[in-house]
Design a protein around this ligand. Structure first.
Ligand SMILES: C[S@@+](CC[C@H](N)C(=O)[O-])C[C@H]1O[C@@H](n2cnc3c(N)ncnc32)[C@H](O)[C@@H]1O
Length: 525
């Protein structure tokens, strides 16, 4: 904890002392703007006065700074990635102020490299830190390492060990970055550690922990080998067994597969989307589960840069989320309420399935996320069937007698089913969160149930694979609410997604989709 705090403080110092560094460092020619102007980022012309360094590879400099923003600045890896090229200027402002010099602008290839390196380095953080600390002379060296130096070392290790890039070029490039962004001594340290790593890798003798000892020791070793928090490994070993837990961690560490949904509300068919993807040369395959969906393994950045998302031509939506909408089975003319709706992935898909007749009320406690929902609804031409309600669901249901045909509660959850896409989530999620989330899920379920008309449907869903957030919450709810019973999922989703109890469940390892869960419950008439 103290170590983390020390790193946060030094990160803050690094960012806020940029003006000082710019004027005191001989490497970074003087910035002439005020500190407040320089904090504004892209629109600040000062960065053009910084020295342009053509020796440092820009994607590594950007990756190192982006990693610090994610680890210490609260930025989310997936959001930074999705902004892609459009945010280039803004990001370059951060980079320059953090390292004290300019790099050349990123081209499309650099942007893809940044996405890959940042995602991979975050996922493999625990594993990489184990290697780096094992290769430091003293334990204190690793503990007291300044944040930027640590990020550069992590990038170098990741490139050598996981990307199998030409090792001596990787060493040289990262040494150059450390020297330019920090000081010559930092470059020497990067050189020493990465060269040792290259030799150990060549001799097939990386210093990795052995899978031995009691359950705790084995969980710690697995947590390092597959780079996850120990508490997650122990939980999965308990619920899934060791072998399945390993398969799940391998999936979480693999490159994410994305699905795109053609926006039928705008008259766009899957065939239209396929034509566009062909013209962009993005490899794709039709979803075997959903008519409007297409799956892509690579090329998301190309899709983003092409503007297809901004135009509302299609959305990024995993099949696992689309199948939850299939379980709700929205029909034209129905009155539906989406209780935790923002940013609106499922609201928009449900609305498009109403074909202009009926209504989806979208409730959420988060105003900012609701704003995104509202804007996207207009973009997608479904705003005529969406009503937005900013409220805490628990208070909303106290003051409302609204009764709906269908109620979707896509509850706040741990997100343990989406760790392959949310690279940083595994490090942000804590065991203590699970208890709090379960209480909130129970309260929201009770509140949502009040909105279901007699004979109506309540769908409870999560993007978690954790039984305590899924089956256990439903079982506890049914005990409190005997007026509800399970409506088996097999009439709405393909049979291999249906559990013995009649729930919908997508399993990353089995289905190659995000992990998700949903129960369809019917209220007695
Ligand atoms: C899993 S996300 C919903 C994702 C959304 N259904 C979609 O498909 O895009 C959970 C949402 O619950 C909202 N939320 C959390 N607590 C809430 C509460 N007490 N009342 C209403 N919404 C709440 C959060 O703001 C968050 O947007």
């Amino acid at each position: 904890m103290a170590m983390a705090m020390a790193r946060v403080v030094s990160m803050r110092v690094l960012i806020s002392s940029e003006t000082h560094r710019a004027s005191s460092s001989p490497r970074s020619l003087q910035s002439k703007t005020s500190p407040s102007a320089s904090r504004k980022g892209s629109l600040n012309p000062s960065h053009k006065t910084l020295k342009l360094n053509l020796e440092v590879s820009p994607h590594r400099a950007v990756s190192a700074v982006r990693l610090m923003r994610i680890e210490f600045g609260g930025a989310f890896a997936d959001l930074l990635n999705e902004k892609g090229k459009g945010s280039g200027d803004n990001e370059m402002g951060y980079v320059e102020r953090s390292i004290g010099f300019r790099t050349r602008d990123l081209d499309d290839r650099d942007l893809r490299l940044v996405t890959d390196i940042v995602g991979g380095t975050i996922r493999w953080r625990r594993y990489l830190d184990h290697l780096i600390s094992s290769l430091c002379h003293a334990e204190n060296t690793f503990r007291g390492m300044e944040p930027l130096l640590l990020q550069i070392l992590r990038i170098g290790c990741y490139e050598i060990v996981k990307l199998d890039m030409p090792p001596y070029a990787v060493v040289d490039e990262n040494v150059r970055l450390a020297k330019a962004a920090l000081r010559p001594g930092a470059g020497n340290m990067v050189n020493a550690i990465l060269r040792k790593l290259v030799l150990l890798k060549e001799n097939n003798s990386l210093p990795l922990p052995k899978l031995e000892g009691d359950d705790r020791a084995q969980a710690r070793a697995l947590a390092t080998l597959y780079s996850h928090p120990v508490w997650m490994v122990r939980r999965w070993a308990k619920y899934l067994g060791k072998e399945e837990a390993i398969r799940l961690m391998k999936w979480n560490n693999s490159d994410p597969i994305f699905s795109l949904r053609a926006n039928s509300a705008k008259g766009i068919s899957r065939a239209d989307l396929v034509t566009k993807l062909n013209s962009l040369k993005v490899p794709h395959e039709p979803s075997p589960h959903l008519n409007d969906f297409v799956r892509i393994k690579t090329g998301l950045q190309i899709v983003i840069q092409s503007g297809l998302l901004k135009e509302g031509f299609c959305s990024v939506q995993d099949d696992s989320a689309g199948l939850i909408v299939s379980l709700v089975d929205p029909q034209p003319g129905e009155i539906i309420i989406d209780c935790c709706a923002a940013p609106g992935g499922k609201t928009l898909y449900m609305a498009s399935r109403l074909h202009g007749q009926g209504m989806v009320s979208a409730v959420d406690i988060n105003k900012g996320r609701l704003r995104i929902l509202k804007e996207t609804a207009m973009l997608h031409h479904v705003d005529n069937v969406i009503t937005i309600i900013h409220a805490d669901l628990r208070i909303f249901t106290e003051n409302n007698t609204l009764k709906c045909d269908k109620v979707l509660l896509d509850a706040p959850c741990s997100g343990l089913g989406v760790l392959s896409k949310r690279a940083d989530l595994r490090w942000n999620r804590k065991l203590e969160d699970m208890e709090q989330l379960k209480n909130l899920q129970d309260e929201l379920l009770d509140a949502a149930s009040l909105l279901v008309k007699p004979g109506g449907i309540l769908v409870y869903s999560t993007c978690s694979i954790d039984p305590e957030e899924n089956e256990e919450r439903v079982a506890a709810f049914l005990l409190r609410h005997p007026e509800f019973c399970i409506d088996p999922a097999n009439r709405y989703v393909p049979p291999h997604f249906v559990t013995e109890d009649g729930f919908y469940s997508s399993n990353p390892v089995k289905h190659s989709l995000d992990g998700a869960f949903a129960a369809r419950l019917v209220r007695a008439s």
